[in-house]
Design a protein around this ligand. Structure first.
Ligand code: ATP
Length: 140
């Protein structure tokens, strides 16, 4: 079994998508191991998305991610990382609406920036991102 970090971003929370997203998560066989609602500050977002710090969209990403509360969840099941990425769909929510209409980003995202959810993209990212938000007091 594997863990991944999911985030419902501010547009997803403001749009009242958290309960439908939670239902999709549970119906898809994940268990929600930890969850927290947080309002991230700029330093947290800069540090979480450090790999994008030199990109031109970074200032907008910081504004977006600090614009309201986010719901952070640790999801667990076999193949959790890849399966959650499949469920959320492509980064560009506008493209997702045509190419992956059943994806979460097609349901609640808007475009390349405002894509309503996050998912860890590798085992290493998942480990880093989970410990970024949660002290790992749970066992395998
Ligand atoms: P996430 O890491 O949030 O799951 P991702 O892995 O699909 O998304 P990344 O390339 O890691 O996408 O980008 C992180 C986030 O930065 C995206 O989810 C999106 O909100 C924003 N973003 C990425 N590329 C752009 C861009 N070209 N213009 C504006 N925002 C962008």
């Amino acid at each position: 079994t594997e863990r991944t970090l999911a985030i419902v971003k501010p547009d997803g929370v403001f749009g009242n998508y958290t309960s439908s997203i939670r239902k999709i998560i549970l119906d898809s066989g994940f268990s929600i191991q930890r969850e927290a609602t947080l309002h991230l500050d700029e330093d947290s977002v800069r540090s979480f998305y450090a790999e994008h710090s030199t990109k031109s969209f970074f200032p907008n990403l910081v504004k977006y991610m600090t614009s309201g509360p986010v719901l952070i969840m640790v999801l667990q099941k076999a193949n959790a990382i890849a399966d959650w990425r499949t469920l959320i769909g492509p980064t560009d929510a506008r493209k997702a609406k045509s190419t992956h209409p059943d994806s979460i980003r097609a349901m609640c995202g808007e475009d390349l920036e405002r894509n309503c959810v996050h998912g860890s993209d590798s085992y290493e990212s998942a480990a880093r991102e989970i410990s970024f938000f949660f002290t790992q007091t749970f066992s395998e």
